[in-house]
Design a binder for this molecule. Structure first.
Ligand SMILES: Cc1ncc(COP(=O)(O)O)c(C=O)c1O
Length: 424
């Protein structure tokens, strides 16, 4: 394990937690190398960001070539080809008839802009988000976030007029109840008791809740949201920031459900690690935005756009979505097998390589964070990078790159088997 130089570390605020003790030197594909020469298998990829693997040569070359030509082509100054090409490609791969894209820097900023788009163009104040959601750490994004109190506690007041409805969580739906109905009934209650539908600008939803514990809703739930948004004339905003860009085996997770959104937010994996975000919607909606009300200095950075174009190209060339789907099935089969031996693995869920296990007290569905955290720590001791998730901290998430090989997956299974023996 690499030893962090204590004197240097003290310049970074202490609250910034780290899953590993690595001081990184470089990385390639699924592997990260420490300054001390140590080698680590990355099943986190900077939290679902380096989907094409660390430093994919074609992404690196595209960024390097662009760096040599121009680094900052501010969007209010010029048109730039990489951004226009990227907007074209995104409109092709995002489901529905969404035909214009605004670029920003981060996930939270994309969510902010999506909500501003809805509020500003519909002139309505209300937003419906979901319990257990995570949408980022800026003030509006915090107001939508509802997974763990540390994301918003002590920061109130937040942006008002945000209502949290119950998310569809099949594993935790009380026995005998239908998970879709159980969730949708709560949304209908909010519209009956708390806000008029005509005051709601948008419903913002993750197609799989990420930080909240990789909770996969039913397809019917997503369709009901579409129906309700249409009924009340609000926009359906689907936040694909963690689940998008091929991670679930499709370009965007909501393709699995066959629903379409009015606005889609994308970030994380879009540019293989360069900061970039996209808000995809329809021209007729963007046309109603007051000029000057959205934008920013760095949004749609030309180097990041060039890297994003290369990211999508290599994903297509190397059929990475198919690999994500195939390797995801292997992960699921592996953990379903392990679940037979260890009843502490209460649920095994996900789509493609957005995959998690939920750890519970054996024989119950009661969250048990201790062994989940121990699982992550023991994997790290074996040079395999993992992270926990879930509002109770009792899920372990597995986010290998979409280029993960059979050999690396087998190596990881060996580690997970050993770790399970130790912690469960
Ligand atoms: C679904 C979702 N939305 C928004 C965000 C915020 O993105 P960022 O950290 O880039 O602001 C995240 C980050 O984890 C996310 O998972």
């Amino acid at each position: 394990m690499s030893v962090v130089a204590e004197d240097k570390k003290t310049r970074i605020p202490g609250f910034v937690g780290r899953t590993t003790p690595i001081t990184v030197d470089h990385a390639e594909g699924a592997w990260v190398y420490g300054t001390d020469g140590s080698k680590w298998l990355d099943f986190c990829m900077g939290i679902a960001v380096a989907n094409t693997g660390h430093c994919h040569p074609k992404v690196v070359k595209a960024a390097q070539d662009q760096m040599g030509k121009m680094i900052h082509a501010q969007m209010n100054m010029y048109l730039q080809q990489p951004m226009m090409d990227l907007a074209d490609t995104l409109c092709e791969i995002v489901p529905g008839n969404l035909d214009q894209v605004l670029f920003a820097n981060s996930g939270a900023e994309a969510v902010e802009n999506a909500v501003k788009l809805a509020k500003g163009t519909l002139r309505r104040p209300g937003v419906i988000a979901f319990q257990n959601a995570f949408h980022g750490r800026t003030h509006l994004a915090m107001a939508l976030t509802d997974s763990v109190v540390h994301y918003r506690g002590h920061m109130q007041p937040l942006v008002p007029c945000v209502f949290h409805a119950r998310y569809c969580d099949p594993y935790h739906t009380p026995a005998g109840l239908d998970p879709t109905e159980y969730a949708i009934d709560d949304l209908r209650r909010i519209l009956r008791a708390e806000i008029y539908g005509e005051d709601v600008a948008c419903i913002v939803v993750e197609p799989i809740q990420g930080e909240g514990g990789f909770i996969v809703p039913t397809s019917e739930f997503m369709h009901e949201l579409r129906k309700i948004a249409d009924e009340i004339g609000a926009y359906l905003v689907i936040d694909e920031i963690q689940a998008g860009m091929g991670r679930t085996g499709k370009w965007f997770c909501h393709e699995h459900y066959g629903v379409t959104a009015d606005v889609v937010t994308i970030a994380k994996g879009i540019a293989s690690g360069l900061p970039l975000a996209a808000i995809v919607s329809r021209k007729e909606i963007w046309d109603k935005v007051t000029p000057g009300s959205m934008g920013g200095t760095f949004g749609g950075n030309i180097v990041a756009c060039a890297a994003a174009n290369a990211t999508i190209e290599v994903m297509k060339e190397e059929d990475m979505l198919a690999n994500a789907a195939r390797q995801g099935e292997k992960l699921k089969t592996f953990f379903k097998g392990l679940q037979q031996t260890y009843p502490a693995i209460g649920d095994v869920r996900g789509k493609g390589l957005m995959f998690a296990i939920e750890v519970v007290k054996p024989g119950t569905r009661e969250p048990d964070a201790g062994p989940a955290k121990a699982f992550v720590a023991e994997a790290v001791k074996r040079n395999t990078i993992l992270m926990s998730a879930g509002s109770n901290g009792n899920c372990v998430r597995f986010l290998p790159p979409l280029v993960i090989t059979d050999a690396d997956m087998e190596h990881a299974f060996g580690v997970f088997e050993e770790v399970a023996k130790v912690v469960f």
